[in-house]
Design a protein around this ligand. Structure first.
Ligand SMILES: [Zn+2]
Length: 170
């Protein structure tokens, strides 16, 4: 199959990195059929404005590198067969049908939230975020110290997404 993007620069970079660091950088998945529709400027602008130019999840202002998130993950790199296999073997996080690449499944997202959400559904993403304070305590001495001196207090509040606090976009 013909590559969809030019992978030559990645191969070149990969060689250099391998030579110097002994790490191998894989080129992106380019041989798969593209599952995502190309979006025009107006549609992208409409999505940007859904929540006043803010991330649907954390509510921070979107900067130049914002993403269009699929609310229900579409597993863009999986064929139907691969997707079925994931679900069957429970190796992934999907407990609802695979999402579609349609406007009703789009939310504007900052790159951090989009990257974290990845193939999580809304509810599994919420559960994931709920773990963050525990993780910070386990891994960061800065967090533990700040907590010991009363600078940080874990509230245990329920994670609410920004879109849940806003009127439903048209
Ligand atoms: Zn965000």
């Amino acid at each position: 199959m013909r590559p969809l993007v030019n992978i030559e620069p990645y191969q070149r970079l990969s060689k250099t990195i391998y030579k110097h660091n002994k790490y191998h950088l894989k080129p992106p998945l380019v041989y798969r059929e593209k599952k995502v529709m190309k979006m025009n400027k107006e549609e992208r602008q409409r999505i940007f404005e859904m929540f006043g130019g803010k991330c649907a999840y954390c509510g921070k202002e979107l900067n130049g590198r914002w993403h269009v998130d699929h609310i229900i993950p579409i597993y863009r790199n999986d064929t139907d067969e691969q997707f079925e296999r994931r679900i069957k073997h429970g190796s992934r996080r999907m407990d609802i049908p695979r999402g579609k690449d349609v406007p009703e499944n789009y939310y504007p997202s900052c790159s951090r939230c989009n990257g974290w959400k990845s193939t999580f559904t809304i509810e599994s993403f919420r559960a994931e975020i709920s773990e963050q304070a525990k993780r910070a305590r386990a891994y960061s001495c800065n967090f533990r110290m700040a907590e010991d001196f009363g600078l940080i207090k874990e509230t245990g509040i329920e994670v609410k997404f920004y879109f849940e606090t806003q009127p439903k976009p048209q």
